[in-house]
Design a protein around this ligand. Structure first.
Ligand code: ADQ
Length: 386
């Protein structure tokens, strides 16, 4: 991609129009007509490359909101292909989707696929409703008729490589690193952990506010707990991201300014990328994992945490607005817009009776182990080939 394409296609249409709109319009989406042409052109480039690479009658699997037009473009030149599409982010309800000046083009783009997969049942339903409303498609929520073709629509909740995380959690080097991190964070302090891309959908500021409230009320003290926030830099050229970063860093500064003492900070904040291997000992050291997005397609961080809990210890606090919430019912579910409620649940998580915590974690582990990423890919591709 050229720099103007990165500005208009990627930072513009993908990340200032589609991303906020598809995440409940948490930030106001921009509808800039100068971004549409580059979006079409880049999608055309991907479609052309795929058309050239794919063998006769083969399967092509297109991923995510950056390529919504590719299925149709590809079908026009290669009707012999089996085309699948998977959306990693939520599909918005009709009331929001209808804001898009290009709504018909985007729906028709997707309807070029044979099978369209979403993270959750309600995402799939939102799409089918929008397709029936704005295109001349009819059918049910799971089968749409487009001319003589049938397009299947379903939910396929994405997952992780459970075995990799579990094995890695048991590795001696991870155990050694975990003990080291625990000692450095302070013996006897319970560790609350949060791991996100620095994105306004992830609810980082609300989580910090809830933690600050607990400190302020004296319900917790820095002697008995510490919050570790790992935040990977993301989409920095986009204004809303830079703005959010400043805000979060101010809040972290304020909390630490107020509550830290020499050798004991209230919030450890890391704004850099960690590899999977580097994240492991943090997952293993965490007594409570706090995953509180305002909206998230699925969220894999919570599943990774669960996979590392080989002794069934640890408690997951999870937002109701993460796709993962519909699978992980035994986590402690929170509404991230309810700071009081979230503070209460975080407090509860830190004090959950051991037996209750173990019971919940055992069930969560069964779910993630059974529904891992291999199952996800297998089921989707099998359905596509059928
Ligand atoms: P993301 O919004 O990027 O993905 P998420 O699922 O939480 O969100 O994370 C994806 C991967 O990034 C995970 O493996 C995680 O460990 C890693 N990651 C996150 N923060 C990190 C950090 N600070 N440092 C290092 N690694 C970090 C989109 C959707 C999600 C959906 C995924 C997959 O927004 O809802 O779950 O795609 O479909």
């Amino acid at each position: 991609l050229s720099q103007p394409e990165i500005d208009r296609y990627y930072n513009g249409f993908c990340n200032r129009t589609l991303w906020p709109l598809f995440h409940d319009a948490i930030r106001a989406p921009e509808f800039n007509h100068a971004w549409w042409r580059p979006y079409v052109e880049v999608n055309q480039r991907f479609a052309k490359a795929a058309a050239e690479a794919a063998g006769h009658g083969s399967v092509v699997w297109v991923h995510d909101y950056q390529l919504l037009l590719v299925p149709r473009m590809l079908r026009e030149v290669r009707p012999d292909l089996k085309i699948g599409f998977f959306l990693h982010i939520p599909f918005p309800p009709e009331e929001l989707f209808s804001w898009l000046p290009w709504r018909v083009d985007l729906l028709q783009g997707l309807l070029g696929a044979d099978l369209i997969g979403f993270q959750t049942h309600s995402d799939a339903q939102n799409f089918s409703r929008a397709a029936r409303r704005y295109t001349d498609t009819d059918g049910t929520d799971t089968e749409l008729h487009v001319g003589k073709r049938t397009v299947r629509v379903n939910s396929y909740p994405i997952s992780i490589d459970f075995d990799w995380f579990e094995e890695r959690a048991r590795a001696p080097e991870t155990l050694a690193e975990t003990l080291k991190i625990k000692a450095e964070l302070g013996k006897g302090r319970r560790v609350l952990l949060a791991v996100d891309r620095l994105d306004y959908t992830k609810g980082i500021d609300s989580r910090l506010a809830a933690y600050e409230l607990l400190l302020k009320r004296g319900q917790i003290s820095i002697d008995d707990c510490v919050l570790v926030q790992i935040a990977a830099p993301s989409r920095e050229p986009v204004f809303e991201y830079a703005e959010m970063r400043t805000k979060i860093e101010q809040v972290v500064g304020r909390i630490n300014g107020e509550y830290s003492v020499p050798g004991r900070v209230a919030v450890h904040y890391f704004r850099r990328s960690f590899t999977r291997e580097e994240l492991m000992p943090f997952y293993c050291a965490a007594d409570v994992m706090v995953v509180t997005p305002l909206r998230d397609g699925m969220n894999l961080v919570c599943k990774e945490y669960i996979a590392t809990r080989t002794a069934h210890t640890g408690v997951l606090v999870l937002s109701e607005f993460a796709g993962a919430a519909s699978q992980l019912r035994r986590s402690l579910l929170v509404n991230p817009r309810d700071i009081e409620g979230m503070a209460a649940t975080m407090h509860n998580a830190m004090n959950l009776p051991r037996q209750d915590a173990k019971h919940r974690m055992a069930i969560l582990r069964t779910v993630v182990r059974r529904h891992d990423v291999h199952e996800w890919a297998g089921i989707f591709l099998e359905a596509l080939r059928a």
